[in-house]
Design a protein around this ligand. Structure first.
Ligand SMILES: Cc1cc2nc3c(=O)[nH]c(=O)nc-3n(C[C@H](O)[C@H](O)[C@H](O)COP(=O)(O)OP(=O)(O)OC[C@H]3O[C@@H](n4cnc5c(N)ncnc54)[C@H](O)[C@@H]3O)c2cc1C
Length: 393
């Protein structure tokens, strides 16, 4: 077997892996970033929506921004519309073109000095003296043993790197959303608003979305919790029904299936010589399923902590725990609120959801965030949401 050595090997060139590789390479480390796919960013498994905060992480580029909705409409089971934003474009979000965005992030890592290798799949970690010391990969030239001081598992929701290293990453079906999505064209799309639909008929323990992609195209998809998925009740069954009803004449240009973790972050995302980042560490908002921004924040923090650990030649779990505490400071509260809110909302009936939507029918919510929506809901429904509000304090 061939042998290779690097300071760091990053498994997975999604937003989490590319950000980690970029920051670590900028700090002068020898970084290898690998991905099993033939093309970075493909296949896309994402609705591609991000909030305005993406601007704080990366400079926007028209090449990978498809649409700039300035608000969101949320529809309850009886069709009542809740309006968020709409006035100020700066608080609106963006719909990305991830096949370009992910390539851009990986290229930025390469520009910073990281080596990038596609069609290279990790299949195990090297372990010595209780430390992870590298990975085994299948690549275009056969198998290679790649030695590294630190391995970064940025291998997405199906992550195996953590498991190989001995971290419990298993998720029960109740903590995973299964999703189906069509890229549809030839439909009547509101370019100014992203749309969300809730209710047991549309997407039990989940929601459907329509995110404008420009012109007459949109990402139309939905996610349902794994424990309510079953024969004839899979995400694709609900999506087919949704589309038949809402866009009967629309054309499906692409379809995709995927999953998002709903568990909140792993209790342990580091081990000796190992850091898990992004979906691999379950750094996804359990309420919305959104993880792009968290993956990027976590990648920035991971790259910085790794650079310091390599400089100090200390790859211990204790040293790397700085990563966990900084992630917690940066976005832990938001993921925790998302988890508690998701648990509460999953327990509501369609009548409850209608009641909540009616209470916001004439309310203007300026900020387009789950936090702003929740604050309004609690204000208008103090009795019903008392228990949740108490948990969030
Ligand atoms: C249907 C759906 C809709 C979503 N919509 C949104 C949304 O609108 N907004 C949002 O913010 N988030 C959304 N998400 C979540 C978002 O896609 C993820 O949170 C984000 O992609 C996480 O980035 P990541 O880098 O951790 O993982 P990924 O983007 O999944 O990247 C992981 C990479 O690792 C590679 N890999 C895996 N195993 C190996 C291996 N053994 N060897 C080498 N390479 C490997 C994969 O090829 C992949 O490129 C959605 C997810 C789904 C499924």
């Amino acid at each position: 077997m061939r042998e290779e050595r690097h300071d760091i090997v990053v498994v997975g060139a999604g937003p989490a892996g590319s950000m980690t590789a970029r920051v670590a390479a900028k700090r002068g480390l020898d970084v290898l970033l690998i991905d099993r796919n033939l093309e970075i960013g493909v296949p896309v498994k994402c609705a591609e929506g991000v909030s305005a905060e993406i601007k704080d992480i990366v400079t926007l580029d028209e090449k990978w921004v498809c649409a700039k909705p300035k608000g969101a409409h949320i529809y309850s089971p009886d069709g009542t519309k809740v309006v968020m934003g709409g006035e100020n474009i700066d608080v609106g979000g963006y719909v990305l073109e991830r096949r370009i965005f992910d390539k851009f992030l990986a290229s930025e890592a390469a520009r910073a000095g990281a080596q990038l290798r596609i069609r290279t799949e990790a299949y195990d970690v090297i372990k010595e003296d209780g430390y992870v010391k590298g990975v085994y990969v299948h690549g275009m030239d056969g198998d290679t043993r790649i030695h590294a001081q630190i391995v970064v598992g940025a291998d997405g929701v199906e992550s195996r790197v953590g498991r190989w290293a001995g971290i419990d990453t298993w998720l029960p079906p109740s903590e995973v959303t299964t999703c189906a999505e069509f890229l549809m064209c030839g439909i009547d799309v509101d370019l100014e608003y992203s749309e969300f639909f809730v209710g047991s008929q549309v997407a039990p323990k989940g929601y459907a979305w329509v995110f404008p992609k420009g012109g007459d195209c949109a990402n139309v998809g939905l996610g349902i919790c794994g424990d309510v998925s079953g024969e004839n009740h899979r995400a694709i069954d609900y999506l087919n029904a949704f589309v038949r009803n809402k866009f009967p004449a629309g054309k499906v240009v692409a379809e995709m299936y995927g999953a998002t973790p709903l568990s909140g972050p792993l209790k342990e995302s580091v081990a000796g010589g190992l850091i898990l980042v992004g979906d691999a560490a379950r750094q996804v908002n359990p309420l919305t399923g959104g993880g792009i921004a968290y993956a990027m924040y976590a990648g920035e923090i991971a790259g910085d902590v790794i650079a310091k650990a390599v400089q100090e030649k200390d790859y211990s779990k204790k040293r790397l725990q700085e990563y966990e505490s900084r992630c917690k400071d940066k976005f832990g509260k938001r993921l925790d609120t998302g988890l508690k809110t998701k648990e509460f909302f999953f327990g509501l009936s369609d009548d409850d959801l209608n009641g909540l939507a009616h209470s916001l029918e004439h309310v203007k919510i300026d900020e387009i965030t789950p936090r702003a929506l929740l604050a309004e809901l609690i204000k208008k429904n103090p009795k019903m949401l008392f228990g949740l509000a108490k948990k969030l304090l």
